[in-house]
Design a protein around this ligand. Sequence first.
Ligand SMILES: [Zn+2]
Length: 342
Amino acid sequence: MLQPKDVMIGIDLGGTSMRALVVDRRNKILALEKIPTNPTQRPERTVTDLAGMVDEVVKMAGLTRANVQGVSIGAPGAVDPRKGIVHHAPNLGWKEFALGQKLNARLNVPIFVENDVNVGVVGEHALGAARGTDDVVGIFVGTGIGGGIILAGELYEGLRGAAGELGHMILDINGPLCGCGRHGCAEALASRTAMERDVRGEIKKGGKSHVLKIMRERGKDRMTSSVILRALRKNDPVMKKVLARAQFYLALLVANVVNLLDPECIVIGGGVAERLGEEYVAPAREQAKAYFLDPRDADKIRVVPGILGDNAGALGAVVLGRKRLAIQHAPRHARKPKTGAA
Ligand SMILES: [Zn+2]
């Protein structure tokens, strides 16, 4: 039987949906709930949705709020984990929102807030593809490209909590415009959004492609990872060409990361890596090696797809939340201010 205060809730708060997991001390998922996010509503309404989802998922696990140690959230955008504030989350329409404080007022349990990509990397490090390694970099490719860095087993957040923005490393100063307003960022060259732009561009130039038809058939207005996979299975020449270009830029990004940090493992996460697996990661891994400054033992650096899928963020949030809770309860002299929550 579970004792009171035995489970932690992990939440992945995304621009289109939010997912909550009830996780026990052995990191077993006891219940899972997923509901749509409504980015057009006021942030307070989303807090109500989050609180409702927590109560629901706890009930699904056959527990009550008394069993909950804390709620740990991965939120998109710029986040201050120490204060539980979301500074700026464009896909939620949030600015300077005190998410931790507001949700604590509803649920009356400790709330931890962290960047969504950071928790994804923590998840893959603690429980997924990078298990057992000390130095890990995560590159999450989706509508954008996010990154996270773990050094000596600890999440590296940087002076302002802004470390790991790998998607905005500039790979071609004359490259396409990025969502951040600069040109030639990795995100503008290798994200799913960049690939869709390039596929549409190739079709406009007369390229033969099934992509738009597949999107219509599946009722998708975006080129999702499942659309990409279907097009590849149909041997779509435009899709293959565009994917190969994106993989080349991903390889450059991987090589830059290796030259900077020489990590043990680079996990490529997100929808495309999840669906395509080795087919997506292997060409980038091979091409990256040509750009390693130090070619010795290049194969020792593992470049692998993530394995936790859509649960990576929520599971990582749980792991990080537990760590922060332990720090809060530790004697003052043993606290590490770098990772400590407020
Ligand atoms: Zn950018």
